[in-house]
Design a protein around this ligand. Structure first.
Ligand code: SD4
Length: 321
């Protein structure tokens, strides 16, 4: 299938890992949940408790990614994350539901569960996005507590201080397989919910905000079509409004795998120099199909449904090792 504007959908391509799935996307009975990277397995288990009890997709994804946010061994999500180049850990997160309601926080410090603050922005303000000091004050007003431990964690600070010796900024692909978590769930009523949460790119400029809290870039859901969420270098994802682009291709007839692949290819077209540039998308549609695709190898996503719990190696465009 070829769309105008240069996005060729991948039916005849035979890249490693991609071949099996582009024509026949895997479909699942509902409910189910998928999330980015290996840490998604633990997060999915939390989401599944909600979904298997007949709960709501948005409740499920919030419950799920909170597990990752609370895991202080994770260096890309929550307050165990790597700091910016000024030594501050600043968090970005978003949520979106089946009815296009959404909320996000960006550049938020000292709060353990940014995803829940994002949900509070959606539910308790007339706005979609709050950033920085305003997001922090809003969180305190809603009863979230400032954490009482040292951030960055001492072991994370030690690595950062070593980094300062050279101070070179270079986005790293697939940092030890723990990265931003994006999660999409379809509940037993067929409603879709999504969440995305991250500490962002390590050693970013102070004040930098990535794709994860930007609705349409790090996360997008349209209940008529499906949903998508992203991981990887946020700047590349934002340049094409990645997640909404995936959803719009699905609206035009692409399967989740095809749509993720086409947008990865679009990103590559806009970035001929792709060294170190990892981006990955996962997507679901209202028919219960799901898929994922990344620019570089090494990306995987966790899938959980009744009687199934697996880590799926994503198709990819380029090998980096
Ligand atoms: C960002 N997309 O802030 C996030 C980072 C990420 O692995 O996915 N990190 O750009």
């Amino acid at each position: 299938m070829v769309f105008s504007g240069g996005d060729t959908l991948p039916e005849n391509e035979q890249e490693p890992g991609a071949a099996a799935s582009s024509k026949n996307d895997t479909a699942s009975s509902k409910p189910f949940v998928i999330s980015t990277w290996k840490h998604g397995m633990a997060a999915n288990a939390g989401a599944w408790e909600v979904l298997s009890a007949g709960g709501d997709a948005l409740d499920a994804v919030e419950r799920g990614v909170r597990i990752t946010e609370a895991d202080l061994t994770n260096r890309s999500v929550g307050l165990g994350g790597r700091p910016d180049r000024d030594g501050r850990v600043t968090l970005d997160a978003s949520v979106m539901d089946h009815d296009s309601r959404c909320g996000s926080v960006a550049f938020l410090q000292h709060i353990k569960h940014p995803v829940s603050v994002a949900r509070a922005v959606m539910e308790h303000t007339p706005h979609v996005m709050l950033a920085g000091e305003g997001a922090y004050r809003f969180a305190l007003n809603r009863g979230f507590e400032r954490v009482d431990f040292e951030v960055p964690l001492p072991e994370v600070r030690a690595v950062y201080e070593k980094w300062l010796d050279k101070g070179e900024y270079r986005p790293e692909a697939n940092i030890e397989n723990h990265d931003t978590i994006g999660m999409l769930a379809i509940d037993s009523r067929g409603r879709i919910g999504g969440a995305c949460t991250t500490s962002g790119m390590a050693y970013k400029m102070h004040g930098r905000i990535g794709d994860s809290p930007v609705i349409g870039s790090g996360l997008f859901i349209d209940g008529d079509v499906g949903g998508a969420t992203a991981t990887g270098v946020g700047e590349a994802i934002m340049r094409v409004s990645g997640s909404s682009a995936v959803v719009e291709l699905m609206r035009a007839g692409a399967t989740p795998n095809e749509a993720c692949k086409a947008i990865v290819q679009r990103i590559l077209r806009k970035h001929p120099e792709a060294e170190g540039l990892q981006v990955g998308f996962i997507a679901v549609d209202t028919e219960g199909r799901y898929g994922g695709y990344s620019l570089l190898n090494g990306f995987n996503y966790a899938f959980t449904a009744e009687g199934r719990n697996e880590l799926v190696e994503s198709g990819y465009k380029l090998s980096w090792e």
